[in-house]
Ligand binder design. Structure first.
Ligand SMILES: N[C@@H](CCC(=O)N[C@@H](CS)C(=O)NCC(=O)O)C(=O)O
Length: 215
């Protein structure tokens, strides 16, 4: 039985979707961010970064959402959440998952929490603006990569699509949200209707189609 430490709508969303896709037995453990639960000493013993999510799988404790996604995909090969190891598709799968977690996600963090990126109160707007520009560039790259295909890798759904979906649910406040781009919108629409996605969002009290509207 896995344990996924989560807070509704946080970086646990992609791992949560994948646990549902895999039909794996798991338990959700709420880390109450409103009470700074992610800085609680008991939680810090699992995740010294004080960030969400964390996955516990027996003796294995994992932080970093993308690492958790890879672990779930590898533990449940029958769910087809990642291409075969050593294949060209697997290489592209790694490329996109790392792009999402290493390029798009930090830019989004700078947009959402500019105070963590400058100590200058007068610099906050500039940090947000630059982050928004970088996000627009990043989403344009993803838009081009998708083309007419709703999935990022090898013409079939994978953990990358769940990760992209999670990031796009955070992007509603952007001036140019990814859902406004046609290929990304097609991709989001394809993922939103997956029963596993509906179940994960419903368990977190969220609407999987929220990306389609402005906050
Ligand atoms: N790179 C980490 C980032 C995790 C992260 O920043 N989580 C946010 C929620 S989406 C968080 O816990 N923020 C609380 C904090 O920084 O105190 C991952 O992907 O797991």
């Amino acid at each position: 039985m896995y344990r996924l430490y989560y807070f509704p709508g946080n970086a646990n969303l992609a791992p949560h979707i994948l646990l549902e896709e895999a039909g794996a037995p798991y338990e959700l453990v709420l880390v109450d961010r409103e009470k700074e639960g992610q800085k609680d000493p008991d939680y810090l013993r699992l995740n010294p970064n004080g960030r969400i999510p964390t996955l516990v799988d027996g003796d294995l404790v994992l932080f970093e959402a993308a690492a958790i996604c890879l672990h779930v995909a590898d533990r449940h090969p029958e769910a087809g959440l990642a291409p075969a190891h050593g294949s060209a598709d697997r290489a592209h799968f790694h490329k996109w998952l790392i792009y999402l977690t290493n390029t798009i996600q930090p830019d989004y963090m700078a947009f959402r929490y500019p105070e963590k990126y400058t100590a200058d109160p007068d610099g906050l707007a500039a940090v947000r603006q630059q982050a928004e520009r970088r996000l627009a560039t990043g989403f344009a790259v993803l838009e081009g990569a998708l083309g007419n295909d709703p999935y990022l890798v090898g013409g079939r759904y994978s953990a990358c699509d769940a990760y992209l979906f999670m990031l796009c649910t955070w992007a509603r406040r952007l001036a140019n949200p990814p859902a406004a781009l046609p290929a990304l919108r097609r991709a989001l629409d394809a993922v939103a209707v997956r029963p596993a996605v509906e179940r994960a969002f419903s368990a977190e009290g969220l609407d999987p189609r929220a990306y389609a509207t402005r906050p």
